[in-house]
Design a protein around this ligand. Structure first.
Ligand SMILES: [Zn+2]
Length: 317
């Protein structure tokens, strides 16, 4: 409870408004009661399929968690300078990115960051970025695309935040239905199904979360788009199928996902998730309503500090 109070004081975000879109449709009373249906701190084991994967990405027990105050802070690279000394130092104490990203296999975006749903985490919902994994991904981009640290960091942030935001939008979609019909449990049931499908070609949420990265950035240059295709191609089943989506078949993929979430729903010739994005301000491009945390996945507070100093020097620990 102490931690919860701390987070609420620290956060400039109003989680109730963010989490329950019923507030926008005048169902205030019901929306206020709904959080009580969810258990605070419930193990978010469905968020990544980790309930079935012993090698999944469990939420680490670490005291080094930094709540990002503003997105601008995360993207600010004006002080990211003179990194070669720190890079040399870090190279001696952390693994090489090639262990995670190589010609044979690439880790998924969910290894770098993951979304913890409010259904299972209430006020601790949001996007959690593992700092060391983020650093390795950024260095891989630097080397692969021959970009500066600043450029690579911005591109890496755009990729992971967009993918994770899609998971949030999926949860909003299920919540919208729960609020409209009064039937709680839609999202939880879907996440059980998701756990079964995770790492198979029927895991449409991951396929579309990857595709969403491309969809939200139509003006990225060719080198970036080719990098993404290379990256996706080497990922797990379910993720790599993003490369199969085209403007012609995209509707099918949304239909498959939406019917996984709402099995009773008839096939539609438009995507309700995409309509939701255009209707609800909280589901749009802005991440202002979605808390972002930086996490220590090194287990070493000194290394964590070095990485923070290198990538996010404005953040005061
Ligand atoms: Zn994902």
């Amino acid at each position: 409870m102490k931690e919860l109070t701390f987070l609420l004081q620290e956060s400039t975000i109003n989680p109730t408004v963010v989490a329950f879109p019923g507030l926008l449709t005048g169902r205030k009373f019901f929306a206020c009661l709904l959080p009580l249906l969810y258990e605070v701190g419930k193990d978010p084991c469905f968020q990544s399929g980790s309930s079935l994967q012993s090698q999944g990405n469990p939420v680490p027990e670490t005291e080094n968690i930094y709540l990002v105050k503003k997105l601008e802070e995360l993207y600010d690279s004006s002080q990211v300078r003179n990194f070669s000394v720190q890079m040399d130092e870090l190279g001696k104490i952390i693994p090489s990115y090639a262990e995670y990203y190589n010609q044979r296999f690439c880790e998924t975006i969910d290894i770098i960051a993951y979304y913890r749903p409010y259904h299972f985490n209430l006020f601790k919902y949001g996007i959690y970025i593992d700092l060391q994994q983020f650093f390795l991904f950024t260095v891989w981009i630097m080397n692969s695309l021959n970009r500066s640290l600043e450029e690579a960091k911005k591109f890496a942030l755009d990729i992971i935040l967009t993918h994770e935001r899609f998971h949030y939008i999926v949860e909003l979609y299920a919540s919208n239905f729960e609020l409209e019909t009064g039937s709680a449990g839609v999202y939880e049931e879907y996440k059980l199904l998701y756990s079964k499908f995770w790492s198979t070609e029927n895991c449409w949420e991951e396929t579309l979360a990857n595709y969403f990265v491309k969809m939200c950035h139509p003006f990225w240059d060719r080198a970036k788009m080719e990098f993404l295709a290379y990256f996706f191609e080497r990922q797990l089943n379910g993720y790599r199928q993003a490369n199969l989506i085209t403007a012609q078949n995209i509707g099918l993929y949304f239909d498959w996902l939406e019917r996984q979430i709402l099995p009773e729903r008839p096939s539609l010739n438009f995507s309700q998730i995409l309509s939701l994005i255009s209707v609800l301000p909280m589901a749009q491009m802005s991440l202002d309503n979605l808390p972002v945390y930086l996490l220590d996945d090194t287990g070493n507070p000194e290394v964590f500090k070095m990485l923070m100093m290198l990538l996010f020097p404005f953040a005061r620990l």
